[in-house]
Design a protein around this ligand. Sequence first.
Ligand SMILES: [Zn+2]
Length: 139
Amino acid sequence: MQEDRNNQKPACPSERPCTKTLIKHRWKTAFKERNGGYKPDQDPIHRLSRAEQTAIFRLRTGHCGFKAHLKRIGVAESALCDCGAADQTVEHVLNTCTNFTLLRNQIWPEGATLETKLWGTSEDLKATFQFTTAAELRP
Ligand SMILES: [Zn+2]
């Protein structure tokens, strides 16, 4: 065993950095395969109707008809949500606003992350659109 090590010319000066580098590389590759960064041609938003695309795009960017944005651009007096618990942001409305708890549980009975609601499959995005439509929100 010792002789084999001495005869080989490893790429790294010791085993430890090689292993660390290999693990890091594998992790980065796996992450890239899973997420791949943003690939516009593979974004499921393109499989939606125009109205659905517009709503999801507005929700993703936060440039929508919710009070937090309207306050930011000087159109609304207050950013506070109608429930009174927090500013009416995309995250608040989609994830925690008590005004929509029942509807949220109907559309996402298993629960869903904000990431899934905004960046998931085309079915996930359609569910988000369905939520905003049923809630009579105009994103
Ligand atoms: Zn609220």
